[in-house]
Write a protein that binds this ligand. Structure first.
Ligand code: FAQ
Length: 313
């Protein structure tokens, strides 16, 4: 019986068909998906903090409305992703506990501070830009609920990227001080954005198996290269310099060569020692405590509805 189920799963993957929640799946496949989807969901939720920090200080009503919409989208992405994870048999409360107790990770990128409003533009341009490159292939993930959630998320990410680029264009057409702010933010976010794609392929323990299972469609280095190739002309159009003297077009490869990110810094951030790790987790714990009454009220309401349902029978 087990062999038959395993064979059915293998055939589904080979034919590039979707695995759905009620289908049998190997425990490793389920574990990998829970790990990746949870990390992705946590990233969206923690990712609200660096930008949320600027909502009250946005320079105009238009910028405030755009930023509010973007941060709300990120909350929505977190919710779709927690729902996708729940189809694998884990509970959202359990995943939240694992985030708060730091047993599960979130993206390294959100452990850096947002120092000026130019950071809001650069996050849209580079961070959402990197997220799109990483996430468009995930729309074809072999696990149905994750792939389908990614379709809507990617559409919204595309708006996020554009609003960032448009903000930067406006600033670059402004004063010399504004141009300096954009350059400074680009200098600070460039390397952490490259790290979003994960460790180099040689140090990535999960890539090979995740690709065999059709969870990941490209390796970390392939996607990082794609992002660099896509971003260089955008930087030129904007008039900002990317902070890497090794960044040159290589006609033989048909790609830009670029320098290695500081992987020691990446490891430090993953170990909890980035510039804002402690602050991000503390803020999330505080928000969770503050939301306790909402969870209690929702549970009481659901129990009352259930009780009424029983009485009506
Ligand atoms: N940060 O073997 P691999 C967003 C971990 S976008 C932290 O290569 P894998 C949108 C990895 O989990 C950001 N940890 O792992 C937004 C693994 O840990 P474990 C979120 C990282 O999974 C924009 C270990 O290192 N996007 O939120 C990172 O095959 C603006 C070994 O690595 C996603 O999560 C990292 N950068 O590949 C929101 C996309 N990289 O558990 C607000 C979905 C690696 O084995 C504002 N995820 N690790 O100890 C993925 O595509 C993959 O999980 C990768 C990592 C590519 C991130």
């Amino acid at each position: 019986m087990d062999e038959e189920l395993h064979e059915h799963f293998t055939r589904t993957i080979e034919r590039d068909q979707r695995v759905e929640p009620r289908d049998w799946m190997p425990s490793g496949y389920r574990r990998t998906l829970v790990r990746q989807i949870a990390q992705h969901a946590h990233s969206e939720i923690i990712g609200m903090q660096p930008e949320g920090n600027w909502i009250t200080r946005a320079p105009s009503l238009r910028r405030k409305a755009i930023l509010l919409a973007k941060v709300q989208d990120e909350a929505g992405h977190g919710l779709y992703l927690y729902s996708a994870a729940e189809t694998l048999g884990v509970d959202r409360a359990e995943l939240t506990d694992k985030l708060l107790s730091q047993k599960q990770k979130y993206s390294s990128i959100f452990n850096y501070p947002t120092l000026t409003f130019a950071d809001i533009g650069v996050i849209g341009w580079l961070v959402d830009g990197a997220a799109i490159v990483n996430q468009v292939p995930l729309c074809r993930c072999s696990y149905g609920p994750y792939g389908r959630a990614m379709v809507r998320i990617c559409k919204e990410e595309s708006f996020h990227q554009r609003q960032g680029y448009e903000l930067l264009m406006t600033m670059m057409n402004g004063t010399s001080r504004q141009r300096e702010m954009v350059q400074d933010a680009t200098d600070r976010w460039w390397w952490p954005s490259l790290m979003m794609f994960g460790p180099p392929d040689g140090d990535s323990p999960n890539t090979r198996q995740s690709m065999e299972w059709g969870i990941k469609r490209h390796t970390n280095d392939e996607l990082r290269q794609k992002f660099v190739d896509m971003t260089v002309p955008q930087a030129e159009a904007l008039g900002v310099r990317l902070p890497d003297s090794g960044l040159v077009y290589n006609p033989e490869r048909g790609h830009y060569d670029f320098s290695e990110p500081d992987w020691d810094e990446f490891r430090r951030v993953l170990e909890g020692n980035g510039p804002c790790n402690a602050q991000r987790i503390e803020r999330r714990r505080e928000a969770h405590r503050d939301g306790a009454w909402v969870r209690e009220a929702a549970a009481a309401h659901a129990a009352k509805q259930q009780q009424r349902g029983r009485e009506a029978v």
